[in-house]
Write a protein that binds this ligand. Structure first.
Ligand code: ATP
Length: 315
């Protein structure tokens, strides 16, 4: 069953295009990874779900949650949607948690807003802290954010995200600010807890391997567009788009130890600077004249979809 549905979503900031024709869905309980270089539009796609786009953004196409058009929600519907149906985990937990209030206040606030009494809210918050691996929950509830490490605080943010039993979790590079060992623990906890609750996940990362480990499907973005979407388990053998292939080739693990790392040649484009035909044409090793003339559509190929004239003509 489709939970979140983007149909021809376009976002502009003034005259500047940010996202173009973004079309994909996330099913109930499914995890979809949004991958791509900096500036490709991953965060803007996620922000459009909760209507947190910058002031002055204009949106066309649709974003539907459980069949309801998010841009058309009135203030009360939007408040309810944001506080109950969807939860967010961002890169830096210290930017999410109020530094001067206790962890307990942060965790119980949403439940208290829903009319749940203090002791019940505290009991639930303590239970969730234990579930996300924060020991000595009673003591932690009385601490302030500066008393917790980044990894512990991100677990607190994950606990807060789970409190209202959301149907969808939006995670924007949730581990980038943490050290490598802590990253693995936090990803494992997020994955385990969302699976246990059958919550869907839209997971932003630069890291294809991480996306493949955490998600069921991977959507690759470039210059404000989705250029490929495919099952995570088929990432290595099934990726067809030259940009996805180039990202795979530029992973540290793609070259023998000691060899020079490969990069995707050229400079990343935004939706504003991308060429008129295929957005990847300027950097594509397979480019032909036809690629510069016509924009490829995201069409079924193999087990996924890709926006590339060449892989389509090949198959
Ligand atoms: N507040 C803003 N005002 C103007 N332009 C913005 C704003 N935020 C993002 N952009 C532009 O929108 C485009 C998409 O940005 P977005 O943050 O979605 O990319 P991203 O793929 O999430 O990148 P990163 O991985 O670096 O977070 C970029 O060209 C960016 O410069």
């Amino acid at each position: 069953m489709t939970l979140l549905d983007f149909t021809h979503l376009g976002v502009r900031l003034g005259e500047r295009p940010i996202l173009r024709d973004v079309t994909f869905s996330v099913h109930a309980g499914e995890a979809v990874g949004l991958v791509g270089e900096s500036g490709s539009g991953k965060s803007m796609t996620v922000k459009s779900v909760v209507r947190l786009l910058p002031a002055g953004a204009t949106v066309d196409g649709s974003v539907r949650f459980d069949g309801i058009d998010v841009p058309a929600m009135n203030a009360a519907e939007l408040r309810r949607f944001r506080s109950r149906d969807v939860a967010m985990v961002f890169q830096d937990p210290r930017a999410t948690v109020n530094p001067v209030r206790t962890v307990g206040d942060f965790l119980t606030e949403v439940l208290r807003d829903q009319g749940i009494g203090r002791s019940e809210a505290t009991r639930r918050a303590a239970g969730l802290l234990s579930e996300v691996g924060v020991g000595d929950a009673g003591r932690r509830l009385n601490q302030r954010p500066y008393e917790l490490s980044g990894g512990l605080l991100q677990r607190v943010v994950i606990a807060a995200a789970l409190l209202t039993e959301p149907k969808l979790i939006l995670a924007d590079e949730p581990t980038t600010a943490l050290d490598v060992t802590t990253q693995e623990e936090v990803v494992a906890i997020l994955t385990e807890q969302r699976r246990r609750r059958s919550a869907a996940l839209l997971f932003i990362t630069h890291d294809l391997e991480l996306a493949a480990a955490v998600c069921d499907r991977i959507a690759v973005m470039y210059a404000g567009e989705i250029v490929e979407i495919l099952p995570a388990g088929l990432l290595h053998e099934g990726a067809r788009h030259p940009y996805t292939r180039a990202l795979l080739d530029s992973r540290p693990g793609a070259v023998p130890p000691g060899d020079r790392l490969r990069t995707v040649p050229g400079v990343p484009q935004s939706a504003l600077t991308a060429p008129a035909g295929c957005v990847f044409a300027d950097r594509c090793p397979l480019v032909t004249d036809g690629c510069r003339d016509r924009r490829p559509e995201l069409l079924p190929i193999g087990a996924g979809r890709a926006a590339c004239h060449l892989v389509r003509e090949d198959s």
